[in-house]
Design a protein around this ligand. Structure first.
Ligand code: SF4
Length: 452
């Protein structure tokens, strides 16, 4: 039997509860369980005037922003539309059926204003992370590190020669570019000056690291606890290896200082395998480096590489394949020369008299009078990393490191962070921090059982 025709009829009174219409197992219900915004108002209070028109509730704006990142809605205009239409979204934002939705322009004003002034997003990230730790999701023994390049909101074809560039007009992004010129994560990341700049976001670096063609981009850096892939820290940097490595070390220090987390293992790819980083991990922090060693001492021309020489720590010398010793000091100079060079290496030399009559000279140093070996002052740490790389524990940590890569895949596929919407280093920092907060919230929602 055909049912009666549905005709829209406006009723005078409704009995309707959004609470009843949001399923018990909805993702937003699970996220809401672990989202504590009780301190937001007192945290922001000094940044609001005591006079004038009341503002939009800051907690509502934070809920809407987090909702956008958790559900992969990147546009603030679209978040407003979706919250207007979707009952679950309204419930998460504590809005009733008839409550008005803030205008999308409110977000921009607050994001670039008081939210940034008080570093609200960082506070939010730390609050959520503290909850992850309190819920026992952070093991604290094995930290993974990686960086991922995210395209900036700057067209790659719209670029200017850096030497010709002067700002046509002062924008927030150009201001931030000048402010971060001496900051290690951005302008001072490398001594190599960029050849081209984006007029709209000059702090973004033109990089060809990930694509077939070069793009303007920033890097998001994650320090991750590998037990449950909880993000312990997130930093925005230029997409330059040195900036990413420095950020990694800062993050290890920061997590130790804030939460007392001190890992046994640091797991990263070859980008973190330079001598200084390994030396810092082993000698200063006492952390096992599960990192492939960046080794440029292998020779491709068939002559002996440094690995063919044996180091004798007791006698402070190398022994060559012919059994001859290479020493750090061969001659007595009138002016005493430092043992360690400016690039933090010690040079060991064979005696010319030994090499002259050596049958292996053609295989060893055909173009120089005697063989010389350079040894980093961090070589002990590099040797430890090489030894670790031969163990089963290293294979297991390589496997566990994929959790960090999965987080970046999730960041792009689910959170939808395939391109930044905000410009400048602070825009990148805000977006990366909010995205990492949403990822930790989703992780808690997934891992922790619902209360009975
Ligand atoms: S050339 Fe000199 S350093 Fe090389 S194997 Fe012969 S003696 Fe040793």
């Amino acid at each position: 039997m055909m049912g009666p025709r549905q005709v829209a009829q406006a009723s005078l009174f409704y009995e309707f509860s959004i609470e009843d219409h949001v399923p018990a197992d909805h993702l937003l219900r699970k996220i809401d369980r672990y989202l504590d915004l009780s301190e937001i108002r007192s945290f922001l209070a000094p940044y609001y005037s005591h006079q004038g028109r009341p503002s939009v509730d800051p907690e509502l704006m934070i809920r809407m922003l987090l909702l956008g990142y958790a559900m992969g809605i990147r546009s603030e205009r679209r978040i407003c539309e979706e919250v207007h239409l979707n009952l679950a979204y309204r419930w998460f934002c504590r809005l009733d059926l008839t409550d008005p939705i803030p205008d999308h322009s409110t977000f921009s004003k607050n994001r670039h204003g008081r939210f940034r002034d008080c570093d609200l997003f960082r506070h939010l990230f730390e609050t959520v992370l503290a909850r992850c730790i309190a819920e026992g999701l952070v093991g604290g023994e094995e930290f993974g590190i990686d960086a991922s390049i995210i395209p900036a909101d700057a067209k790659r074809l719209n670029k200017v020669e850096a030497k010709d560039w002067t700002p046509e007009r002062i924008t927030r992004a150009t201001d931030e570019y000048f402010e971060t010129l001496d900051v290690a994560a951005f302008g001072a990341a490398t001594t190599v000056k960029p050849k081209v700049l984006s007029p709209v976001d000059p702090a973004a670096r033109f990089t060809g690291a990930k694509k077939a063609y070069s793009i303007f981009a920033y890097s998001t850096n994650y320090l991750v606890d590998l037990e449950n892939a909880i993000i312990l820290d997130v930093e925005a940097t230029a997409p330059i290896r040195q900036a990413e490595v420095n950020a990694a070390l800062d993050m290890v220090d920061m997590v130790e200082g804030l939460y007392g987390l001190y890992p046994e293992k640091f797991v990263g790819d070859g980008a973190y395998g330079n001598a200084e980083t390994l030396g810092w991990l082993v000698h200063e922090k006492g952390i096992e480096p599960h990192v492939p060693v960046l080794d440029k001492t292998w020779r491709q021309d068939g002559t002996f590489s440094r690995a063919d020489f044996t180091f004798d720590a007791e006698e402070d010398r190398y022994l060559c394949p012919g059994g001859i010793e290479l020493l750090p000091h061969r001659r007595q100079f009138q002016t005493i020369r430092p043992r360690v060079t400016d690039d933090e290496t010690v040079r060991y030399r064979a005696a010319k008299s030994d090499c002259d009559g050596c049958a292996l000279k053609a295989q060893c140093c055909p173009n120089t009078p005697a063989r010389k070996i350079t040894r980093s002052i961090h070589e002990g740490a590099r040797d430890l990393a090489r030894d670790i790389a031969k163990t089963d524990a290293f294979v297991a940590s390589r496997h566990a490191r994929r959790k960090v890569e999965m987080l970046f895949a999730h960041l792009k596929k689910i959170v939808g962070l395939t391109r930044l919407r905000l410009r400048g280093p602070n825009g990148a920092k805000d977006e990366f921090t909010l995205a990492a907060t949403a990822q930790n919230l989703r992780k808690m929602a997934k891992l922790l059982p619902a209360p009975a």
